[in-house]
Design a protein around this ligand. Sequence first.
Ligand code: OSB
Ligand code: MG
Length: 369
Amino acid sequence: MKVERVDLIVVRMSLVSPFETSNTRHSELEKLILKVYTPDGTAYSECVAGSLPLYSPETIGTSKDILRNNILPLLKGKDIRGPDEYLKVVAPIKGHPMAKAAMENALWILQAIKDGESLAMKIGGEKKSIASGVSIGIQEHTEELIEMIDSYLDKGYQRIKIKIKPENDIRVLEEVRKHFPHISLMVDANNAYSLLDIAILKVMDNYDLLMIEQPLAYDDLVDHATLGTQVKTPICLDESIASPSSARSAIALNACQIINIKQGRVGGLLEAKKVYDIAVRFNKGIWCGGMLETGIGRAVNLAFASLQDFNYPSDISASARYWERDIIDTEFMLNTDGTIDVPTGPGLGVEINEKILNRFVLGRETILL
Ligand code: OSB
Ligand code: MG
């Protein structure tokens, strides 16, 4: 595949309801979309970086910069045989997994289209549908949270994840468990605690949580390992797993029992498959995380989540949970058994609506290779 041109398109889109975590609150999100041109065809892909470095060090700005000045120049004039070769070509560039993943995803998609296969097939995914969970942001009033949980349970989601932060944790869990004593429930702290909070974290053992996701700092495997000796609730890592090698470190240190794998966070589908393989080999729990992607990125996540050995519900919810208007026309629906079907058409298997996409554009930069 010869990449001849890439458009870096920044869009702003409105969420159906504001999303609050321990460190951000958004009712709109900016997204970086790539349109990649080759002589064989074009493909869209999505970069999962946010506009601010609050989830990881990367941003839309750094991703554009690294793509324009470092990744794309390395592809110039080369016939890249596939994601494997692509990773070797960009290997000298340290870090920036989200920027690398955005381009890698496009190459997978182009390859899948060329071979007339779905992306899921291309990466070896076998599941026809995936177990779906929903991630709910921090709510100002717990009654609202209870109502939201109730309505998501009604729709059939297989597990509920709620965001927590200090002051918004035990009190909330107490209420939620009072209303829903037996549901599959987990929490995500997005780094909001430290080992100084060990007393609070221990109290969370009383709420029969499926897991606690990323309680401590994004780069602190050692403290997560220490925490694991003090609490019974399984620890799941998200932000801390930035690559296959950090997955190996986390496992060697016994820093987690479960890994939330986000292909964008670890540098693309090939790297994500390595994390998956490592986790499977060491009997760790695994599920596919999300970054409030547009339909483009969510189609990639669905393909990834179709790998056989994912053993917890993933953060891949129905389209209706995310955008007022998505930039794909295909709607992902929640089946009554709480699953979502994996697209089967060639490539992403979804229809991108360029008219709608153009309506959301904040800026577009064309790079000719
Ligand atoms: O921490 O898992 C997270 C969304 C954006 C950034 C980080 C996270 C999340 C979510 C939502 O929890 C997952 C989704 O449904 O896309
Ligand atoms: Mg998380």
